[in-house]
Design a protein. Structure first.
Length: 701
């Protein structure tokens, strides 16, 4: 089945991403290859649904397109590549490529781009596309038989059971419950339990391995989830008359009739989570707030409601009250007198959430933040965005840290976004990530967290990776980061917090992307630092760290420190930099959890390390003339976070990850005018089955 690179569904995501700035932010076991330079000639045939970019094929199509209607259709598919792609801010030393007709079908050297299809075309777009994501549940094999597509699984093996009608048995997802856990119910009569979630043991044969991060390292169950057994019990596929969401399902939906439907429109989720907490409060040693950021005029879709039902059910209820879900709602209409009239406040709050989630929200506004953190603030080093200090774009953390000071009942706070989607069970996801983070030693934690974990370079062993980091630190002759990084007399008192069960103390910050040094990057907001008396020549600039995308878990003491630093010292930074920098200043424990991130193309692991981790360029790259310019990926200021962020477009998690939306819609069984439903019902071997994934951003469903 034909597949157009950046199909309609992806360009819809692009339309939603056009409002981002140039850096893409809203406020916003490898096997031996013939060599890095054989970009298009891996010894592997692909007959799956997704077309591979091939130079020889392109020449043939160019020569004979007028003689074949089929090939003409293919050419039309490629014309979709003329759709615009978000512009990338380039370093000053670079000039934009000029169009050259002779260059249209030549290999783009590693690290380079060219003008092609009326846009900037990057070298990584030539890497072979991966097809195994879209194989159905009839292709599932046990883990001891599974091989990822990158290990050159032969096409015959990939399709050997694609026409099978045998689907492996389902198993209920295991949850980390204590012996004293008391079940929680959706209704006051204690008759309706939260729906159990089932998954398949194993993975579709040839399902690609993540390029970055690891399922195994974080302890996720070796299972995969399909749309019916994951979401039908929350109303997906049921009519509104049945209490469902009214979303019509197409394609392979076998088993839907066996799912027990419930009328969720009569469920009051806040009442349910409060009853659950009351039942289990005596068993809880620590509580966590799961805070979802939204705004008062947000239009909740059926898919949003589906996601929110799963979040409350699987976090608040399945955990026995360990988690409580909150909505932190930005009132963007500052003319609404929500702080002078309780009636207006209550009305706006009611209108800001779907009825089944009433009672779970807290409003905030910019005028309120101006009273919590009164002006004036000193000038920033560089206000790149040009916005006011109180705008959500620059100070998203203000309402979050204020929320924490008003909720001392929580030890930890997850910060979540409405455009994040999770394929697996939420409680298992967060429990495994937090458990893994607590087990990490604080010694060399900052150094380990400073780069992406590329598993295939370390035999899929994080322990080997950690050892390599330790050796790098020793050989550098530099002291590792340990303890507070500012003078003690400049620091405030660290608030008290209940001790962690971890032998290494409280984990104050967990992120899904590396904690990099912004001062050594070309990230646009690296100097949005306020109140630290930095000289014009850069003297007195505080040490900083940042993790892009604000989804993260913060300890109560970190958020209170952020609040106190802002209130007492007029200190603040760009939202993705402030939490990590405060943790660095005070010597707190911060961890980058190696979230598995998948890519739609087969990146050579060594080359990925060069690009994503600013590793030294190997001989093959040097022979190809690989040179990103001073501070692009290599040399002083080298970092993937900045002008080079286009490399994330084919990934499942980043601010500009276009592949995330396409993969999510395919998994949901959505038709994107590429024959996806026919593929699923035929050669695809049934509906897709994905392992635990976090997908971001999802702009349309």
């Amino acid at each position: 089945m034909p597949f157009n690179i950046w199909p309609d569904s992806v360009t819809r995501d692009y339309d939603a991403l056009k409002s981002l700035d140039g850096d893409g932010h809203r406020h916003v076991p490898e096997t031996p290859r013939h060599g890095l330079l054989t970009l298009l000639s891996y010894p592997r045939q692909r007959y799956s649904h997704r077309r591979q970019v091939s130079l020889s094929r392109l020449r043939t199509r160019k020569a004979f397109c007028s003689a074949s209607a089929i090939l003409l259709f293919t050419i039309v598919g490629y014309l979709l590549l003329s759709l615009p792609i978000p512009s990338i801010r380039e370093p000053p030393s670079q000039t934009k490529p000029t169009s050259d007709p002779q260059d249209e079908f030549t290999t783009v050297p590693l690290g380079k781009s060219t003008a092609r299809f009326n846009r900037e075309f990057f070298w990584w777009e030539q890497f072979p596309t991966l097809h195994g994501f879209f194989r159905g549940h009839n292709s599932i094999v046990p883990l001891n038989e599974y091989l990822p597509e990158q290990q050159h699984v032969q096409e015959e093996s990939l399709h050997s059971n694609s026409t099978s009608t045998t689907v492996p048995p389902l198993t209920q997802v295991r949850l980390p419950l204590t012996d004293t856990f008391q079940p929680c119910y959706l209704d006051e009569q204690r008759e309706i339990l939260p729906p159990p979630i089932s998954a398949y043991q194993g993975l579709p044969q040839g399902f690609p391995a993540p390029l970055l991060g690891s399922q195994d390292e974080l302890g996720f169950e070796p299972v995969c989830y399909d749309r019916v057994n994951r979401f039908a019990s929350y109303g997906y596929g049921f009519t509104k008359a049945q209490g469902g969401l009214g979303i019509e399902l197409k394609g392979d939906n076998a088993g839907l009739n066996s799912v027990l439907g419930r009328d969720f429109t009569k469920v009051q989720w806040n009442d349910a989570q409060q009853r659950c907490l009351s039942t289990n409060r005596h068993n809880l040693t620590s509580r966590t707030a799961f805070v979802i950021r939204t705004w008062h005029s947000y239009q909740y879709t059926e898919h949003d409601i589906l996601m929110l039902r799963a979040i409350v059910s699987e976090l608040a209820l399945s955990s026995g009250g360990q988690y409580t879900v909150h909505f932190l709602i930005h009132v963007q209409d500052e003319s609404l007198p929500i702080w002078t009239s309780q009636t207006v406040y209550d009305q706006v709050l009611r209108e800001s959430l779907p009825p089944e989630f009433h009672g779970m929200g807290t409003l905030w506004s910019v005028p309120q933040m101006m009273t919590v953190y009164p002006p004036p603030f000193p000038d920033s080093i560089v206000n790149f965005s040009g916005g006011e200090i109180y705008e959500a774009y620059r100070s998203l953390h203000f309402p979050f840290q204020h929320f924490a000071t008003n909720h001392p009942e929580y030890d930890y706070f997850w910060h979540w976004e409405m455009d994040i989607r999770v394929t697996g069970h939420y409680q298992q996801l967060l429990h495994q990530i937090a458990t893994w983070a607590d087990e990490q030693p604080q010694h060399l934690a900052w150094e380990r967290a400073s780069r992406f974990f590329v598993p295939s370079l370390f035999n899929n062993s994080y322990a080997e990776y950690a050892q390599a980091v330790a050796e790098d630190v020793r050989s550098s002759g530099k002291d590792p980061i340990s303890g507070p990084q500012l003078a003690q007399e400049t620091l405030l008192d660290v608030p008290e917090q209940a001790a962690s069960h971890s032998s290494d103390g409280i984990t104050d910050l967990i992120t899904f992307d590396p904690l990099f040094d912004p001062s050594k990057s070309r990230w646009a907001f690296r100097d949005d630092i306020t109140g630290y008396h930095v000289e014009k020549n850069g003297d007195n600039r505080p040490p900083t760290r940042a993790a892009l995308i604000t989804a993260s878990r913060l300890s109560r003491r970190l958020l209170v420190l952020m609040h106190n630093e802002t209130y007492l010292n007029k200190h603040t930074m760009f939202p993705e930099m402030y939490p990590a920098s405060i943790a660095l200043h005070y010597g707190l424990k911060a961890v980058y959890a190696p979230l598995p991130v998948y890519f739609d193309r087969d990146w050579p692991a060594d080359h990925a390390n060069e690009i994503f981790n600013n590793a030294p360029v190997g001989s093959e790259g040097q022979d190809a003339g690989m040179d990103h310019g001073n501070g692009f990926f290599h040399g002083p200021g080298g970092s993937v976070f900045g002008p080079g962020e286009h490399v994330f477009r084919g990934s499942t998690y980043y601010s500009n990850a276009m592949f995330a939306g396409y993969l999510w819609r395919r998994w949901l069984g959505r038709e994107n005018r590429n024959g996806e439903i026919a593929w699923e019902l035929g050669k695809g071997g049934g509906r897709m089955c994905l392992p635990m994934m976090i997908l971001h951003p999802i702009k349309s469903e």
